[in-house]
Design a protein around this ligand. Structure first.
Ligand code: NAD
Length: 360
C-alpha cells in the first residue's frame, strides 16, 4: 500500500490540488497502483480550525505516509506583524524540519511553445534546463531569531548557520543528481562576506573530490541572480543554501514564463518526499479559475519519480502536459495572442485526456 497525505492548504491550493487528485485517481485506478490518499488541513485553514498551522496529528499522518502532496499556504487573512500570532508559513517550516526534508529540487525547463510567455528574449532561452538543489532545513530560516526592545527602540536579528554535515549531505545529493544530467554543478554562496558561506565553499570542494567527473564552479549569489537573467543556459545544476535557493528559484521561475509552471520535490535520504508547486497561495486570483495547475501536476510527476520509482508514470504526466501546451491551451498567466484561454479545471481535464490517450 502506497499512502499519500494530501494537504491542499489555502487560497488557490485547493483549486490546483483538485486537478492533481483527478490525475492521481485516474492513474491509481487504471494502473492498479494501490495508492491510498487522505486529506488534512494545513496553514491558515488549520489555524482557523485548530488554532495552529500544523497539528501533531497531521504531522503523524504525514510521517505514516510515503509522500505528501501539498498545495500552498498563507493569505492576507492570517498576515500579522505580531510575532506571537501563528503564521500559516510555520506549517511549511514544521513539515520540512519534522519530516527531515533537507533537500529541495526545483527543475526549470523551457517548454518551446511557451517561449513567448517569458519576459526574456527568445535566443536567451534556448535549451534552458536548470535544476536548483536548495538546502531546506538549515540556514537563516531555521537559525535563532529574536526581537529586542530596549529603551525606546526595537531591533531584531536572524542568524544564518550551517554545519559541515548539513553542507556535505546536500552537496552529495547535488553531485549525484548532476550525474544524470549535464554533469555541471554551480555552487552559489556569498563567501566574500559570510563566514558560513566560506565553510559552505570549503565543504563543497572537499565533497567534489569524490565526483571528479562533474564540473564544479562557484558563484556569488548576487552574480548568480544576474547570470540567471543574462545567460540561463550556462547553468545545469545549481547547489545553494536555503535563502539563496528560495530567491534564485523564484527568479528562475520567471525565465520559464510563469511561477505556475514550476514543481518541486523536498526529499530525505529514504525517498520520502513532499511535493508542491513553488508558488504560494496567490490570494489575488483565488476562486477565479485563473490558477495554473501545471506546477502541481508536475509535482505529482516528481512524486512518482522520486518517492515511488515509477519513471514511466512520471514521464506520462510530463508528456501529457507538454502535449496540452503544444496544442495551444493556456491558463491566464501564460496566455498570449493566438492561443486558447482555459481555466484551472479545463487545464486539468485536458491533461487528463492526453494521459488517457497515452495510456490506451
Ligand atoms: P504567490 O506565489 O502566491 O503569488 C505571486 C504571483 O504569482 C501572484 O500574482 C499570483 O497570482 C501568481 N501565481 C502564483 N501561482 C500561480 C498559479 N499557479 N497560476 C497563476 N498565477 C500564479 O506569492 P505571494 O503573492 O508573495 O504570496 C501569497 C501568499 O502565499 C503569502 O501568504 C505567502 O506567504 C504564501 N506563500 C506560500 C508558499 C507555499 O505555500 N509554499 C510559497 C510562497 C508564498
Amino acid at each position: 500500500m502506497n499512502k499519500i497525505m494530501v494537504l491542499p492548504g489555502d487560497g488557490i491550493g485547493t483549486e490546483i490540488i483538485a486537478e492533481s487528485v483527478k490525475i492521481l485517481k485516474y492513474l491509481n485506478e487504471s494502473f492498479n497502483l494501490d495508492i491510498e490518499y487522505g486529506y488534512d488541513y494545513v496553514g491558515g485553514i488549520s489555524i482557523d480550525k485548530n488554532g495552529t498551522p500544523l497539528t501533531g496529528e497531521t504531522l503523524d499522518k504525514c510521517k505514516n505516509s510515503k509522500a505528501v502532496l501539498l498545495g500552498a499556504v498563507g493569505g492576507p487573512k492570517w498576515d500579522s506583524t505580531d510575532p506571537d500570532s501563528p503564521r500559516p508559513e510555520e506549517a511549511l517550516m514544521g513539515l520540512r524540519k519534522e519530516l527531515g526534508l533537507f533537500a529541495n529540487l526545483r527543475p526549470v525547463k523551457i517548454y518551446k511553445p511557451l517561449v513567448s510567455a517569458s519576459t526574456l528574449k527568445k535566443d536567451v532561452l534556448e535549451d534552458v534546463d536548470v535544476l536548483v538543489v536548495r538546502e531546506l532545513t538549515g540556514g537563516i530560516y531555521f537559525g535563532e531569531r529574536k526581537r529586542i526592545k530596549e529603551g525606546g527602540s526595537t531591533s531584531a536579528y536572524d542568524t544564518m548557520a550551517y554545519s559541515d554535515y548539513e553542507i556535505k549531505r546536500i552537496a552529495e545529493l547535488a553531485f549525484q543528481t548532476a550525474r544524470s544530467r549535464n554533469k555541471k554543478v554551480t555552487s552559489v554562496d556569498k563567501a566574500n562576506i559570510l563566514e558560513n558561506s566560506r565553510l559552505w565553499r570549503e565543504i563543497v570542494c572537499s565533497v567534489h573530490k569524490k565526483y571528479r567527473d562533474i564540473e564544479l564552479n562557484h558563484m556569488y549569489v548576487d552574480n548568480a541572480a544576474m547570470q540567471l537573467i543574462r545567460n540561463p543556459g550556462q547553468f545545469d545544476t545549481i547547489l545553494t543554501s536555503n535563502i539563496f535557493g528560495d530567491i534564485l528559484s523564484d527568479e528562475a521561475a520567471m525565465i520559464s514564463g510563469s511561477i505556475g509552471l514550476l514543481p518541486s520535490a523536498s526529499l530525505r535520504e529514504d525517498k520520502f518526499g513532499m511535493y508542491e508547486p513553488i508558488h504560494g497561495s496567490a490570494p489575488d486570483i483565488q476562486g477565479q479559475g485563473k490558477a495554473n495547475p501545471i506546477a502541481t501536476l508536475l509535482s505529482l510527476a516528481m512524486m512518482f519519480r522520486y518517492s515511488f520509482g515509477m519513471e514511466n508514470i512520471a514521464s506520462k504526466i510530463e508528456c501529457s502536459v507538454g502535449k496540452v501546451l503544444d496544442n495551444g491551451n493556456r491558463t491566464a498567466d501564460i496566455y498570449t495572442d493566438g492561443t486558447k484561454l482555459v481555466n484551472t479545471g479545463e487545464m486539468g481535464d485536458l491533461v487528463l485526456a492526453e494521459l488517457k490517450k497515452l495510456s490506451d
